[in-house]
Write a protein that binds this ligand. Structure first.
Ligand SMILES: *Cc1c(COP(=O)(O)O)cnc(C)c1O
Length: 226
């Protein structure tokens, strides 16, 4: 299969604009396995997918040293399918989901890394904890007893707008909230260190707002065909 996108060149171009300590999740959703192979050949090992069935199919056929991130909204009844191998679940948006991940991870004797997804953007359709709901969940303390999940940080998306000032304000809100949560609940926990924000259209702003992990699809693989 000849790809009509130069994945390796795009990947190089993106990496050239990223500080070395910012992790890159290459978002491969809706792109065939060949696109992932092209990025893999160019050295990329971390990929993000947002649909369980699509991920499961790709997991079957692709190299087993790929670190898979589940970046989309995850239904609790789908957790069991990815629990054996998922490297990180980036968008945990409820206590119910966190508990289910813990339960399924325990069955495989694993500790699954997760991020808590914040809802800061103005769009009503996006998932995630409001800041108050996130505080309330952490205050509840039940998460402390979940031994098979590790909360590694926070994830968010900015509003899908052209206004860079607004985007920056939203990422800054996330960064400030990270500091609050780190100090109050994770002060002694070095694993709580990730701020996952920034996609193709806004990752350079996100990096200025202290992102540690960007999730980039279109800029690497081209437009998605849905
Ligand atoms: C699709 C998706 C991305 C990547 O978006 P691009 O604009 O293609 O870079 C990042 N994060 C999440 C949660 C996504 O669903």
């Amino acid at each position: 299969m000849t790809l009509n996108v130069d994945v390796a060149a795009n990947l190089r171009a993106v990496k050239a604009t990223l500080p070395e300590d910012v992790k890159l999740v290459a978002v491969s959703k809706f792109h065939p396995a060949e696109y992932i192979e092209a990025a893999y050949s160019a050295g990329q090992r971390v990929f993000g997918e947002s649909h369980e069935q699509e991920l499961s199919k790709k997991y079957e056929v692709l190299p087993k040293d790929i670190e898979w991130h589940f970046i989309g909204h995850l239904q609790t009844n789908k957790v069991k399918y990815i629990a054996p191998y998922i490297s990180m679940i980036d968008a945990v948006d409820s206590m119910k989901l966190l508990k289910e991940i813990n339960k399924q991870a325990a069955k495989h004797d694993r500790v699954v890394n997760v991020l808590l997804e914040l809802h800061i953007a103005e769009e009503a359709t996006k998932y995630g904890f409001t800041l108050d709901a996130c505080r309330e969940m952490l205050d509840g303390g039940e998460w402390r007893s979940l031994e098979n999940v590790k909360i590694c940080g926070l994830m968010m998306m900015a509003s899908n707008v052209d206004d860079e000032v607004q985007i920056k304000q939203e990422f800054d809100t996330g960064a400030k909230f990270f500091d609050e949560v780190k100090e109050k609940y994770f002060a002694g926990d070095d694993s709580f260190c990730e701020r996952s924000w920034g996609m193709s259209g806004d990752y350079e702003i996100a990096v200025l707002c202290r992102s540690t992990m960007v999730r980039i699809g279109t800029a690497i693989f081209g437009e998605r065909v849905y």
